[in-house]
Design a protein around this ligand. Structure first.
Ligand code: ZN
Length: 396
C-alpha cells in the first residue's frame, strides 16, 4: 500500500466536536486510511507533502444535496457541479432526494415510482465517484402506500436516507411512524423537510408539532429551505427534542443565528449538522460548505474548530458515515488549507473567525491526491503545500 506523509502542519482540525483541535504536525496515510498521527521522525514513506505550515482539516461533508444525473443539474442547467464543489472542499455529499428529475409530477408520485427513482439514481449517479467525491444518492421521496418490500429495495440499493417532503404527515401519522421504524430496521436514516413550502410548490409545511411525534433522525434545514418554521417553533424544537438539526445554505440567516445560539447556550452543539441544500433555487455553490462554516464562526460566534467539526464529523455521524473525523484508522479524506493573502490574521482559525474564505491547497480523498497545489474554486492560500522530492529529506 502506498504511504503518504504530510509534514509541517501548522493547525490541525480533527472534525470531532469532543476535541476539535489537536497538536498534530505530521500525519501518515497508508492506502486509503490515516495510519498514524505524529509518527516518529524516521518514518519511511513513498511520497511526502510539505504543508508549509498550513492547516489540515477533514474533507467537508455536505449533508444536503439534490443530485439528478451525474454532474448535471437541471435546476440551474449546470454541468460539472460535483467537481466544482470538491474544489470547494466537499469530499462527501448526501442526497436529500432526487426531486429535480425533469418531468417528475410531485402530485402523482407512487410508492413504486419513488422507490424506482431512488434505485436508478443510486445505480447511476451514486455508483460513479464523480471527481472522486463520495456521493450518497438514492434517497426516496416517501409517499403513502409503501410496504416492507419497498424498504427492502431501498436497502438493497444502498440508500442511507429516506425523505419526508411530499408525504402528508398529519393525515397519515401511523403510517409515517411505521416508515421510520422500517427504515431504521434497515439502517436507513429518516430526514424530513421542515418549514414552509419549498421551490417544488408541493412540499408539506412542517414545524415543531409534527416533528415532536414524528421523531426523525434529522430535521432538514430547520432554519429554512428556504422558509423557516416560526421563531417559537424553532425554540421549542431546540428545547424539547434530541434528534439532529440541520442548517443549510438555502436558509434564513436570522433563523440560523437563533438556532445555533440556542444550541450553544444549552451545550447541545452535537445535534447540529450542515449542508448546502443545493443545487436548487439557491443556486450552485461550490464554496457553500466553507461559507456555512464562516457564518457559524464569524456571526454565530462558534469557535472555528467547532464550526469545522459541525460541517465534517458531526454531519457524517448524523448520517451514519465514518468520514469527517481525522483519527488513526479513519478514511484519509482531508484538506490542506490556510488563510488567503490579505485576509485577517495569519492562521486558518483567524481567517474563519473573521469570516474570511480560506484558500485550499490540497484535496485528498481515500488517500489519493485529487487536487494538488491549489483549488480551482478558492483563492490560493498564503503558502502553497507541495510534494517533497528533495534528496536527503529527513522524512523520505
Ligand atoms: Zn432540499
Amino acid at each position: 500500500m502506498t504511504t503518504t506523509l504530510i509534514t509541517n502542519i501548522g493547525e490541525f482540525f480533527t472534525g470531532d466536536l469532543k476535541a476539535p483541535e489537536a497538536d498534530v504536525s505530521t500525519l501518515l496515510i497508508e492506502g486509503d486510511r490515516i495510519k498514524t498521527l505524529n509518527p516518529p521522525a524516521d518514518t519511511e514513506c513513498d511520497k511526502a507533502i510539505d504543508a508549509e505550515g498550513l492547516a489540515v482539516l477533514p474533507g467537508l461533508v455536505d449533508g444536503h444535496i439534490h443530485p439528478v444525473f451525474g454532474e448535471w443539474t437541471p435546476t440551474q442547467n449546470t454541468l460539472g457541479w460535483i467537481g466544482n464543489y470538491m474544489h470547494g472542499g466537499s469530499t462527501t455529499m448526501i442526497s436529500a432526494g432526487e426531486l429535480h428529475t425533469p418531468g417528475l409530477d410531485y402530485n402523482d408520485l407512487t410508492a413504486d415510482l419513488v422507490t424506482s427513482l431512488a434505485e436508478v439514481t443510486a445505480a447511476t449517479t451514486g455508483r460513479i465517484r464523480w471527481s472522486d467525491v463520495k456521493v450518497h444518492a438514492g434517497t426516496a421521496l416517501l409517499v403513502p402506500g409503501m410496504t416492507e418490500k419497498h424498504f427492502d429495495r431501498l436497502a438493497d440499493a444502498g440508500s442511507i436516507v429516506v425523505k419526508f417532503i411530499f408525504f402528508p404527515l398529519e393525515e397519515n401519522r401511523e403510517e409515517a411512524i411505521r416508515y421510520t421504524a422500517m427504515a431504521r430496521e434497515r439502517g436507513i436514516r429518516t430526514k424530513v423537510h421542515t418549514g414552509g413550502v419549498s421551490r417544488s410548490g408541493s412540499s408539506q409545511i412542517c414545524g415543531f408539532d409534527t416533528l415532536s411525534w414524528l421523531q426523525p433522525d434529522v430535521a432538514a434545514h430547520v432554519s429554512g429551505g428556504p422558509i423557516p418554521m416560526s421563531d417559537d417553533d424553532l425554540d421549542k424544537l431546540v428545547d424539547n427534542t434530541e434528534f439532529a438539526l440541520e442548517v443549510c445554505s438555502s436558509g434564513n440567516y436570522r433563523s440560523t443565528y437563533m438556532v445555533v445560539q440556542r444550541l450553544m447556550e444549552q451545550g447541545r452543539l452535537s445535534r447540529l449538522t450542515m449542508g448546502t441544500d443545493t443545487p436548487g433555487g439557491t443556486g450552485v455553490i461550490p464554496r457553500g460548505m466553507l461559507r456555512n462554516i464562516l457564518f457559524l464562526s464569524s456571526i454565530c460566534e462558534m469557535t472555528p474548530a467547532d464550526a469545522v467539526a459541525v460541517g465534517t464529523g458531526n454531519t457524517a455521524k448524523a448520517h451514519g458515515l465514518d468520514v469527517g473525523i481525522l483519527e488513526e484508522g479513519a478514511p484519509a479524506d482531508l484538506l490542506i488549507a490556510g488563510p488567503v493573502k490579505g485576509s485577517a490574521g495569519s492562521t486558518m482559525a483567524d481567517a474563519i473567525a473573521h469570516g474570511d474564505l480560506p484558500g485550499i491547497s490540497f484535496v485528498i480523498i481515500d488517500g489519493e491526491v485529487i487536487v494538488e497545489t491549489r483549488s480551482e474554486q478558492t483563492p490560493p492560500p498564503m503558502e502553497i503545500a507541495h510534494f517533497m522530492d528533495t534528496p536527503g529529506c529527513p522524512y523520505c
